[in-house]
Design a protein around this ligand. Structure first.
Ligand code: UD1
Length: 416
């Protein structure tokens, strides 16, 4: 547990570099075991979730070496198809190893974390996809065993789009005989990065970014390389920090095409946004205005992970805003903590009604979840006085050097 001490009131100014995307790199790390090969992953962020994935890879018999922002994985020595419970529990998205293990070994033994701080995290869609590809799945308690005597291509129709289940299905389908078609697939940009990586492994994959993805098996045994794209949620975080402090910040390399919904909301709040080949720059002058209604949706809709950050900024915006959370059932713990800073927020089920206040005041807040804690840090940057934001290790899961980046922009903060 660490505590962030933040003295609010400084306008953030400067230029920073977008970090590599957590949600893009994690499925690549899992997919790297699909075939015995060497992968070179560039622009890999330094995150505790990446460390947890590396530990899983090493446990499975792979070699992994990190040098700066580059991570090399050699999965030729994979010798085990079971991931122990404590390693599975270190990272929520460890279920993404199920498909690649099954594809490579014909067998996978994993255990699943139950619910999480955002509410229940079912895996029924992941298992449905693997069953469709011919796997037998046994579930006992939190243990899951998948077996197959050879996966075969299939049609997989998701009742609703799931990012993780789409990724598991794409990876496992690469190891199947024949063609697979995934309907109602998630369309998040990270699916496109996984497609690029699977193609570099020799798989025929197409359709990422649309609701229908087609996969044919791969030709194993190549050395492959990929560059992790910029993290759209981390970039959104820095822009929201700039907005709430009336600042002027450029996020170099930010993928603005993947962030349009967030950028449009920030523009609606009165921020000036410059999209260019070098990234995104946000300038905020005067008081923010409410973004109006913000409803989270699967991509290309407003991302659920960016809603806490925009809500933090809207707590001091003139007028009322309405947030509707449509992806996770209990994502508003951070809103209760924002209220401790004087935010005027009324929660009604999936709705959060925010009445902008003139200013926030420093408070001591409890740790909630990754983006929730980031939202509290965002709010504290604008609050009068010194806030103390507790963080149960969430920030390190998704932010590479948040403290030093914010300090480089002029924020007054330190952690203990
Ligand atoms: C990914 C992201 C996470 C983001 C989320 C939604 C990673 C590592 N994490 O999580 O940051 O918040 O997408 O954009 O990429 N569901 C089921 N059954 C399943 C799987 C999911 O009912 O088997 C439900 C979930 O409870 C949720 C919805 O589907 O309500 C979307 O979840 P999903 O897209 O699967 O999220 P993740 O892949 O876990």
């Amino acid at each position: 547990m660490s505590v962030w001490h933040i003295r609010g009131g400084t306008r953030l100014r400067g230029s920073i570099r977008a970090q590599g995307s957590k949600n893009a790199v994690l499925p690549i790390l899992a997919a790297s075991i699909l075939t015995g090969c060497e992968s070179e992953i560039l622009n890999c962020p330094h995150l505790s979730d990446v460390d947890a994935a590396i530990e899983i890879l090493r446990h499975l018999g792979c070699e992994a070496a990190q040098e700066g922002d580059s991570l090399s994985i050699d999965s030729r020595g994979l010798s085990c198809c079971a991931i122990p419970r404590e390693l599975m529990h270190r990272m929520r998205s460890s279920v993404i190893f199920l498909g690649p293990l099954l594809g490579r070994c014909g067998e996978a033994h994993v255990s699943l974390p139950g619910g999480c701080e955002l509410g229940p995290r079912p895996v029924d869609l992941h298992l449905m996809a693997l069953r469709a590809l011919g796997a037998e799945v046994e579930q006992e308690g939190d243990g899951i065993v998948c077996r197959s005597r050879g996966l075969r291509g299939a049609e997989i129709s998701f009742p609703s789009p799931s990012v993780g289940a789409t990724e598991n299905a794409m990876i496992a389908a690469c190891a199947a005989r024949g063609e697979s078609v995934i309907y109602n697939a998630a369309r998040e940009p990270e699916i496109g990065t996984l497609q690029e990586y699977l193609r570099s492994l020799g798989a025929e994959v197409s359709g990422a970014g649309t609701p229908v993805i087609r996969v044919r098996g791969f030709a194993p045994g190549k050395a492959v390389g990929i560059r992790v794209p910029p993290d759209r949620i981390v970039s959104a975080t820095y822009l929201c920090c700039a907005a709430i402090t009336g600042g002027d910040v450029e996020v170099q390399g930010a993928a603005w095409r993947d962030m349009e919904e967030v950028l449009r909301s920030l523009e609606a709040m009165g921020c000036r946004i410059r999209r260019s080949a070098s990234g995104v720059r946000l300038v905020a002058d005067g008081r923010l205005t409410s973004p109006g209604a913000v409803a989270t949706q699967p991509y290309p809709g407003f991302p659920t992970d960016a809603a806490p950050l925009l809500m933090a900024a809207s707590t001091v915006a003139e007028g009322s805003s309405v947030f509707m959370e449509n992806i996770f059932s209990s994502r508003y713990r951070y809103a209760e903590e924002l209220k401790k800073m004087g935010a005027d927020i009324e929660l009604r089920g999936s709705l959060a009604l925010v009445n902008g206040v003139e200013r926030l005041r420093a408070a001591e807040t409890e740790s909630t979840d990754l983006r929730g804690d980031a939202a509290l840090i965002t709010a504290a940057l604008a609050a009068e006085g010194e806030s103390r934001i507790q963080d149960e290790g969430h920030i390190a899961r998704g932010y590479d050097g948040l403290e030093s980046v914010l300090r480089s922009l002029g924020a007054e903060l330190w952690t203990e």
